[in-house]
Design a protein around this ligand. Structure first.
Ligand SMILES: Nc1nc2c(ncn2[C@@H]2O[C@H](COP(=O)(O)OP(=O)(O)OP(=O)(O)O)[C@@H](O)[C@H]2O)c(=O)[nH]1
Ligand SMILES: [Mg+2]
Length: 330
């Protein structure tokens, strides 16, 4: 048995129903995708897979073999951790900012490109939205212009790597073949796709220890993800007031009045009240964070908060690792 599933890259097998790559023996010869990909593709269902890539080893391999890399970054998952990972690549790198449709239209692409360049040192930066078919041909044309024959498509899980490959296929009037889902860890092994002279290699995403998906039920996590253009919400928080965001974050202000702008799914609940009124989430991990107007607060995996006024905040959440700071993006 050595046939690979074209959806996730796993070797297909019919002997162990609970193992990856399983497909019923009766359909093994004909099947192109495993049962898990079939369920994801047609029913959006999946059991979570715990198969983590060792990102350090993988980056070392790319550097050593001087592979060209498209490093995809989800517009809503930009953090210093991502910047540090990109900086470890010392090969031919293109950074591709994905899911541009989720950020407000008023934000200009050139500003996003400048921001990524400044924070990663990478000069070749592209902005795309597979959903809106924005920037897809530009990616392909750029690789043709640079005379590339092979490119690794890398990045953290859910960045939209497989979706980009399907979009590239569709833009050349070919069938989308790679499995896509909002669950972490969809692609499990490398998948090679030839497209008019360029081989794209889809890869399993890196999993961040800090991503909020590690600390939540998968369905709750999926509900927190933004699905359309975010309408930022500006809130002034007086001293001794707090905001409860999506029932997962308690943001207390015990200092001077501050103004914060929330970039999260439009469906995310946001309640403002006096801190002493309610103890909700007070038993969770607490982090005191001091931020100024040059910084954003990142809630890893789901969004970020822009800081309009310097502030010191007490944030309570499932695990303090999900909170970090980065240079201001917008
Ligand atoms: N709004 C929006 N969603 C997107 C876009 N591209 C991908 N997505 C969604 O992002 C989720 C993850 O997409 P995938 O292509 O499976 O991500 P991946 O990087 O291949 O993930 P792994 O295989 O787990 O590493 C899916 O729910 C996609 O529909 C985009 O341009 N806009
Ligand atoms: Mg994938």
């Amino acid at each position: 048995m050595s046939k690979k599933c074209i959806g996730c890259g796993e070797i297909m097998q019919f002997t162990d129903k609970d193992a990856l790559g399983y497909v019923n023996e009766k359909v093994y010869e004909k099947a192109e995708i495993c049962e898990r990909c079939f369920k994801l593709k047609y029913y959006g269902k999946d059991a979570l897979v715990n198969k983590k890539v060792n990102s350090s080893e993988f980056i070392d391999k790319l550097n050593k073999e001087k592979k060209s890399v498209l490093f995809l970054v989800d517009s809503l998952c930009i953090s210093n951790e991502v910047f540090d990972t990109i900086k470890r690549l010392n090969t031919n790198v293109y950074v591709v900012l994905t899911k541009r449709d989720l950020l407000p239209k008023s934000v200009k692409d050139y500003k996003l490109i400048k921001y990524i360049k400044e924070n990663t040192g990478v000069e070749k930066v592209l902005v795309i939205s597979s959903k809106k078919k924005h920037g897809i041909d530009e990616v392909y044309n750029r690789l043709v212009k640079d005379n590339l024959k092979e490119i690794y498509v890398c990045g953290y899980t859910n960045a939209g790597k497989s979706t980009l490959i399907n979009s590239l296929l569709k833009s050349k009037e070919k069938e989308a073949v790679v499995t896509v889902s909002s669950n972490p860890n969809t692609t499990l092994e490398e998948i090679k796709i030839n497209l008019e002279g360029i081989t794209f290699i889809d890869t399993p995403g890196f999993v961040s220890e800090n991503n909020i998906s590690n600390f939540l039920d998968i369905n709750i996590y999926k509900n927190l993800l933004a699905k359309k253009e975010i309408k930022p919400k500006v809130h002034t928080i007086k001293k001794e007031f707090m905001i409860i965001l999506g029932n997962i974050l308690r943001i207390e202000n015990n200092n001077d009045e501050t103004s914060l702008v929330f970039y999260f799914s439009n469906d995310m609940s946001l309640e403002k009240m006096r801190s002493i009124r309610n103890d909700r989430l007070k038993d969770k991990d607490k982090i005191t964070i001091q931020v100024n107007t040059n910084e954003d607060i990142v809630i890893e995996g789901i969004g970020f908060i822009k800081v309009n006024t310097n502030a010191i905040l007490d944030i309570f959440t499932l695990d303090k690792r999900v909170i970090s700071k980065r240079n201001k993006m917008i």
